[in-house]
Design a protein around this ligand. Structure first.
Ligand code: S3P
Length: 734
């Protein structure tokens, strides 16, 4: 609690700040200063302030002075304040541009700005004036503070605390950065809206345009209804940053004009598809924010009720590995590639976004259909910034191979989980081929890949069985001089080899080695992505462990390098049958029927480990439901997946009362009753889904934390699970 708050300028923002502070009892007294007598009396009447005084009287003995006058009036006000005795008071402001206010403050206080904390609440209302003051105006709105080098930490802390007490989301930023960001996201759009409406309105013959103006025009120009004087102030105050964004926009607009002029549909489609994707991404962020607001934190919780069964026919989403590769090879091919059955999960979308950032026109996905306008092996362009790959290890590792050979530099980043994953496994062999790659500390992301290097083919003996490493090197091999041969210690998924052939690129397979030669080309093709066996695996286990169940999983990819989960479950006694086996676009596919069975514990053959590498979390659930002991060895790779899957699964199983002992390279699980409880997925999609399946045999509800990443591989998991009779849902959902 502080003593006296003085608010100078009792408009909407100043009034709302004063009122919020007063209502929450954060200060002993709130004193207002305003030039307008009517505003002063309204402010007192409406409880916005305790009283109003003149500036000098109010400021004597003040603890915080909030300057909420129009931005162009700030310079004069600061000059007057500098002549007063402000004691230990901290000054702060709410101006929408910070550079000009800071310059004015430095001039007024002759450089002594230690107790000045520049600020900007990003909030407003259609209404204005003290009569619109609302103590909750800043709730869940961003407030940006732009402390200066000299700002005393205690002064910053005081202002920061006040805003937080008003439930604002406070962020700190450099002055210049603030002005650039606001110029781009707020000032430029306002300029365009004002400008467009005026431009149409002043052509009198065009006035009738407004009669036909539909939703698009109305939406686009809504902000032209904002306060003209305030905006005039803002553009004068943030001139430099606005000019920079405006110039950049003008050159993009000229490029669009040229495309229209030249009838260049490809260019237009590129801009529009990229913009649409960016806009959707942006609304998702906003949606997630709304969710975060509601939940107070970022924890999406699944609540799985005990019992339930698993019956019906379902088709799980498209294969993640194949979806990634379809975008990569489709982009590098010559011609237009059509994809069907594409996985619309966040991981595969991250790959699409990366290629859009590198200038590839990609339409969709829409109901699993994607159209890729390939640019050829040498047609990628430098992206405008780092490529953000979310949670997707496959995107980062495979991309690093093909980016190592591009003429431009790239930086690859990811979310918290991806940022912990080992990248030396690709960086080291790529360097041997001539690539220049820097990693973060301990070989983790971000990866910085230097362009313009000539790669040379090599023979590489992989130390671990990894399809991602193999694929990365084969993709680099497309650009390398001579042959690139990758030998794996055990078979891993071979989608890259199969799909390269599908695009007409020669690949030789000799024993455990896959070999490509640089210098051939990829020709566009059609790809039908089968359903992902890794997603089907949850239902293979569900159908096995739940009583009286029978499920038919349609159109599942059964590439022999992926079917370890079926072999392991069959060894445990599962009743699984493949029906209608066929080949679709170079990949074998079947409908899989699974019925309830009594499972027994087994020693999992080590040669099946790489063939079931993503399915172990749910296989551990099967083991917990089996009679006897299941032992897994030779699976240390599980410790470096989206989470340490051995530890995280062991912790969760133990919480549910299952005997599960982690070992360095595996786990030992004793089958037995499963209880309820709180388990943590650590943001690992497959762990979240596995514990949902466990509920079928649990004796009490299971609450699973941190489930948002299920959307990376299986966006409709909850719907499909519910559809077959598994009673899992988002907590608080309907
Ligand atoms: C993948 C390979 C596997 C797998 C991952 C997808 C791929 O990773 O775990 O989910 O698409 O190549 P590793 O190659 O690291 O084993």
């Amino acid at each position: 609690m502080i003593g006296r708050l003085v608010v100078v300028g009792l408009g909407l923002i100043g009034g709302s700040f004063a009122k919020g502070v007063r209502e929450r009892g954060l200060c002993r007294e709130v004193v207002g200063v305003d030039l307008d007598p009517q505003t002063r009396s309204l402010a007192v009447e409406q409880g916005v302030v305790d009283r109003c005084e003149d500036l000098a009287t109010a400021c004597r003995g003040a603890d915080v002075i909030q300057l909420a006058v129009p931005i162009l009036a700030m310079e004069k006000l600061l000059g007057v304040l500098a002549g007063l005795d402000l004691g230990e008071a901290v000054c702060t402001d709410v101006g929408s541009a910070k550079g000009s206010v800071v310059r004015a403050a430095r001039r007024a206080f002759a450089g002594r700005v230690q107790r000045f904390v520049p600020g900007h609440p990003i909030a407003g209302s259609e209404r204005s004036g003290v009569e619109a003051a609302n103590g909750d105006l800043f709730r869940r709105h961003k407030v940006i503070l732009t402390p200066l080098e000299e700002t005393e930490p205690e002064a910053l802390e005081r202002v920061d605390r006040l805003w937080r007490a008003l439930d604002a989301d406070v962020e700190h930023m450099q002055v210049e950065h603030h002005d650039e960001v606001l110029a781009a996201t707020s000032h430029l759009p306002h300029l365009l809206a004002f400008g467009l409406v005026d431009s149409l309105a002043k052509r009198s013959e065009n006035l009738e345009i407004f009669r036909y103006a539909a939703g698009g025009f109305r939406d686009f120009t809504r902000i032209a209804g904002s306060d003209p004087v305030m905006w005039h102030d803002i553009f004068l105050a943030n001139r430099e940053a606005v000019l920079r964004t405006l110039d950049a926009f003008r050159s993009d607009l000229d490029a669009l004009r040229a495309a229209v002029d030249a009838g260049d549909g490809h260019q237009l489609l590129g801009v529009f598809t990229r913009a649409r994707a960016a806009r959707e991404h942006f609304s998702k962020i906003l949606a997630r924010r709304a969710y975060v607001d509601a939940m107070q934190d970022n924890d999406l919780i699944y609540l799985a009720q005990p019992g339930g069964h698993a019956s019906g026919h379902i088709r799980v989403p498209g294969d993640k590995s194949i979806s990634h590769r379809s975008i990569m090879l489709g982009s590098l091919a010559e011609g237009v590639t059509e994809v069907e059955g594409f996985l619309e999960g966040e991981d595969a979308l991250a790959t699409i976004q990366a290629f859009r950032d590198m200038g590839v026109v990609i339409e969709g996905p829409h109901h699993g259909r994607v159209t890729i306008h390939g640019v050829g092996l040498h047609g990628l362009q430098a992206p405008p910034g780092p490529l953000y790959l979310g949670n997707s290890g496959t995107s980062m590792r495979l991309l690093s191979g093909l980016l190592a050979a591009q003429p431009f530099d790239t930086v690859l980043t990811g979310d918290a989980s991806l940022s912990k994953r080992p990248m030396n496994r690709v960086a080291k062999p790529l360097r041997e081929m001539g690539a220049v790659i820097e990693t973060g500390p301990d070989g983790r992301p971000p990866l910085t890949i230097r362009g313009g290097r000539k790669l040379t083919g090599m023979n590489y003996d992989m130390p671990m069985a990894s399809a991602q490493v193999k694929s990365c090197l084969l993709l680099a091999g497309l650009y390398a001089a001579g042959e690139t041969s990758v030998t794996e210690p055990a078979p891993t998924r071979d989608h890259t080899e199969r799909m390269l052939r599908g695009f007409g690129y020669p690949v030789r397979v000799e024993g455990r080695s896959a070999i490509v030669e640089g210098g051939h080309k990829l020709s566009a093709t059609r790809i039908e992505v089968p359903a992902d066996i890794s997603s089907a695996a949850f239902f293979l286990v569900a159908g096995s462990i739940a009583e009286d169940s029978e499920l038919l999983l349609e159109h599942v990819g059964i590439n022999p390098t992926r079917t370890g989960v079926i072999d392991i479950l069959k060894l445990m006694g599962a009743d699984i049958a493949l029906e209608n086996t066929r080949e679709v676009g170079g990949e074998p596919v079947a409908d899989i029927r699974v019925r309830s069975a009594k499972l027994k514990g087994i020693e999992i053959p080590e040669d099946l480990v790489p063939l079931a590498i993503d399915e172990f979390p749910v296989l551990f659930i099967a083991a917990a439901c089996a009679e006897g002991r299941t032992v897994l060895r030779g699976a240390e790779e599980l410790r470096v997946k989206e989470s340490d899957r051995i530890q995280v699964m062991a912790d969760g199983l133990q919480t549910l009362g299952v005997k599960a002992e982690p070992t360095a390279d595996g786990i030992v699980i004793e089958g037995g009753p499963i209880g309820g409880g709180e388990v943590y997925s650590h943001g690992d999609h497959r762990i979240a889904m596995s514990f949902s399946i466990a509920s079928l045999r649990a004796m009490a509800p299971i609450r699973i934390h941190d489930c948002a990443n299920v959307a990376t591989s299986f966006p409709n998991f909850v719907e499909l699970a519910w559809h077959v009779g598994i009673r899992v849902g988002e907590e608080g959902g309907v």
